[in-house]
Design a protein around this ligand. Structure first.
Ligand code: MN
Length: 303
């Protein structure tokens, strides 16, 4: 019997206000959730994060424990590195990766991560960062040579010290945390965490009742209001008690296939594999309407 179940979940991604392309990618396929923040010239960052997301989606079914998640992340690394070695147009590309897998029967979330995309647990009104940034400023803060405030404005704050795809092998950090009904887990790219402080993230979560989609859209808006200097991506999922009623199925579908916020381009939506469910029926309906209109016109002419 499951101790907890995944309730509503949502992934939201936005290009931000300064970048021309969105090189972030995400996976929101319960029980697996992931964020990848790509880097590299031209389209390379987008290729790297897209390869990582695809690898996570494909491997999601057979994941068990920290070793399983770490193996999945290393497999994604190998796939990106292989591509970078053989394709000069994407040489040197890389991506962060933060993966969360829920074990409902154990009541735990297992995390694996590389780079500075974060995972947080929101419980009560407290927001706790679960991951440690593999970034230059992150290491300087941990060694006491930089304060959090100095790190927030450091010119090299976006330099990461580990990435997927840049080497044949990669060191993956893993951890497993307990979750209880009512918890919310937030994964985000640095486009959120570099623009919006933890206290403000917690305030937004509280103001939106920690409803995954509403909170996700509000967090994107907060990052853009703060300058939107980078692509910003969030994935949120709530944990419920099995005794509680199941979330409405529309909400769950919503999270998986929901259209992105208005200012997200169609390209972003396609990249993230969202919107498939809502776009095609509308197109089909349009074709049917056009066919009926053509028939009526033809009928009125031949009579
Ligand atoms: Mn970023």
């Amino acid at each position: 019997m499951a101790m907890i179940v995944v309730g509503r979940s949502a992934g939201v991604s936005d290009t931000g206000r300064k970048r021309r392309q969105n090189e972030d990618a995400y996976v929101c396929e319960p029980p697996l959730f992931a964020i990848a923040d790509g880097m590299g010239g031209a389209q390379a960052g987008e290729v790297a994060s897209g390869l990582a997301a695809a690898a996570f989606e494909e491997g999601a079914a057979a994941i068990h424990g920290e070793d399983g998640v770490a193996t999945l992340v290393r497999a994604a690394n190998a796939r990106i590195f292989e591509r970078a070695v053989h394709d000069p147009t994407v040489a040197g590309m890389g991506t962060t990766a933060t993966v969360a897998v829920v074990d409902e029967s154990a009541g735990t979330v297992t995390l694996a991560h590389v780079g500075d995309s974060r995972a947080y647990r929101y419980r009560g009104r407290a927001l706790e960062q679960l991951t440690t940034d593999h970034s230059l400023v992150g290491e300087l803060v941990r060694s006491g040579r930089l304060t959090e405030d100095e790190a927030a404005v450091h010119p090299h704050r976006s330099v990461i010290t580990r990435a997927l795809g840049t080497d044949a092998d990669v060191e993956v950090d893993t951890l497993t945390v307990e979750v209880v009904p009512g918890d919310l887990v937030l994964l985000c790219s640095d486009g959120l965490s570099a623009m919006v402080r933890d206290e403000e993230i917690a305030r937004v979560l509280e103001a939106t009742g920690a409803a995954p989609r509403e909170a996700g859209e509000a967090l994107i808006a907060a990052a853009n209001a703060a300058g939107g200097e980078d692509n910003v991506t969030v994935v949120l999922f709530e944990l419920l008690s099995e005794a509680l009623p199941e979330p409405e199925s529309t909400e769950v579908l919503d999270a998986a296939s929901q259209a992105e916020p208005d200012d997200v381009t169609v390209e972003d939506v396609r990249k993230h594999g969202a919107g498939k469910g809502s776009r095609w029926p509308a197109l089909l309906l349009l074709l049917v309407i056009l066919a009926v209109a053509a028939f009526v016109l033809w009928w009125s002419l031949v009579r």
